[in-house]
Design a protein around this ligand. Structure first.
Ligand code: SAM
Length: 256
């Protein structure tokens, strides 16, 4: 960590991240809570969870606060968000391990240092992956999650193309929500948040590295609920269904 970075107020950036994300997802905290409720009813007291595409660690933070005997591994490829997570949350008493890895590289799983985990959780992230990569990732999770373990994905799991009215309503509601938060409420949106990061000298090198890694990637994949569910069943998850929903924002739970 550079001198400048050691003076950075990481907690401030983590808080700003949470506020920015909640502008897009007003029920973000409720969605986390339902995911953790599912763990409380399926996991033993002590268990290991993977926070997949963790960003600055929203799931890990909440999971480790709620389950004092759990351990978490947080994986992401964004050096800026990882630095914010590590700087603000640290290791949470040696229970949180951070891993920098690209989920699009097949070998990411080998650097985890675990052959199996009890649970995998992800939020607002897997739609970044092209569909073939998502399907391959689910195949890998089929091996990584132990028998009886669970996978929880909280994200926009899109309506199928033939459900035109559902798709239109979900998009309209999302647009209205964003207008309310970012135009009327003048909250900081994704673009302004990243602009503010660019104005932070301590993060300059990390931001350049982020741009090198992510700029060439497309982020507008819209995998449908059916595609997620079919790919998970194909990967060996026996029971797969939605446990929470607000339009196309859902939690999909899969039991291995
Ligand atoms: C919108 S953020 C969500 C972060 C966090 N889960 C949350 O809910 O606050 C999406 C995350 O997916 C990560 N991501 C996207 N593609 C990835 C990849 N190929 N490998 C690892 N992480 C990836 C991004 O770096 C980013 O942190």
């Amino acid at each position: 960590m550079s001198n400048l970075q050691s003076q950075t107020n990481w907690r401030h950036w983590l808080h700003r991240w949470d506020v920015q994300q909640s502008g897009y997802l007003p029920l973000r905290e409720e969605r986390f809570q339902v995911m953790l409720d599912a763990l409380s009813l399926t996991m033993p007291e002590s268990f290991t969870a993977l926070d997949l595409a963790c960003g600055p660690g929203a799931i890990s933070q909440r999971l480790l606060q709620r389950f004092p005997a759990a351990r978490c591994i947080a994986v992401d490829y964004d050096p800026v968000l990882l630095a914010i997570g590590q700087g603000s949350l640290g290791t949470m008493g040696n229970r949180l391990r951070w891993i920098e890895a690209d989920l699009m590289q097949a070998g990411w799983i080998e650097i985890l240092g675990e052959s199996q985990v009890d649970a995998v959780l992800s939020t607002t992230a897997l739609h970044w992956l092209p569909i073939d990569q998502l399907v391959r990732l689910y195949q890998q999770l089929g091996h990584l999650v132990r028998s009886g373990g669970i996978f929880l994905n909280g994200d926009h799991l899109y309506f199928s193309p033939h459900l035109e009215t559902f798709k239109r309503l979900a998009k309209t509601i999302q647009t209205q929500q964003e207008e309310q938060a970012f135009v009327e409420g003048n909250q900081e949106d994704w673009q302004r948040w990243w602009q503010a990061i660019a104005d932070e000298p301590a993060l300059k090198a990390l931001l350049e590295e982020r741009q090198r890694r992510f700029a060439p990637r497309l982020t507008d994949n819209e995998p449908t609920l059916e595609l997620h569910a079919a790919a998970l069943r194909e990967a060996g998850f026996r029971q797969v269904d939605t446990i929470w929903q607000r339009w196309d924002d859902r939690i999909l739970m899969a039991v291995r």
